[in-house]
Design a protein around this ligand. Sequence first.
Ligand SMILES: C[S@@+](CC[C@H](N)C(=O)[O-])C[C@H]1O[C@@H](n2cnc3c(N)ncnc32)[C@H](O)[C@@H]1O
Length: 272
Amino acid sequence: MVHTDIPANDFSSLFETIEDDPDTYLTLNGVYALAAGRSFYGRIFPPESLTLAWSAIAVHWISRVPMPIHGHVYSPFATGEVRDAFREQSAADWRIFLESRAAEMRPGAEMLVVGGANRDDGQSGAEPLMNALDAAIREEVSAGALTREEYDHMSIPTWNRTLAEFTAPLDRADRGGAVGLRLLESDLAFAPDAYLAAYREDHDAHQFGAALSGFLRAFTEPSLFAGLMRTPGARTAIADRVYARVAEAATADPEAMETLWHVAVLRIAKPA
Ligand SMILES: C[S@@+](CC[C@H](N)C(=O)[O-])C[C@H]1O[C@@H](n2cnc3c(N)ncnc32)[C@H](O)[C@@H]1O
């Protein structure tokens, strides 16, 4: 079993889980835990070495921000040429992802991709949460802690593909082999909001706000705040205020913050 992620990923917590979790696969005979610290937008494995590939909630991270999204931090709110640039970057990345895996998979091997997705209308399901985050950052601009230019360059490097964007290179493969992989099944689903489900049980709005904001911070803080020219302490202080504001907004109206992440589920094969 080879786990892959970008070089900066915290592989220690992954390996601690594999070591200590009661359900670890390490109890199975002949299964060994390895890791490769390389982006999946390129080759990771030797040719024709993969028998089964799995990727979950990761391919919506694109390789770079092609243009700053003026007026919001989240790409579903991008318009015009910025929106086009994100869509094009995403298409180029997805093609490289598929071509790389096509070279690495054995003939007859399968790959499952569960990818953050957009509906055909361009919505991801996370718009209320991302609006709260954007509003919280703008308050730092109003208070003079961030410049407008800094805000303009704060963009989360994600693009949620529609199902059609996911399947386009695979459809072409059916008609003669653009990437050498075949789509066996595809579906657009959504993940229920686990934080809101807990709130509906315990009615603890503070717990809901803190948990949702902590979850959001875990995946957005590095890309939004790491580029600010500040001391680490000053950067953290800004981020503390921003995520505290998101927690406050979520606590004030949990139902309004419902987040239904859309996911594309793809079963892909390399023809035998
Ligand atoms: C939401 S986590 C999902 C982790 C794991 N697959 C799971 O299901 O628990 C998204 C992961 O994608 C990783 N990621 C983002 N861009 C990547 C890239 N270009 N290559 C490989 N991994 C990437 C992030 O570092 C992060 O660990």
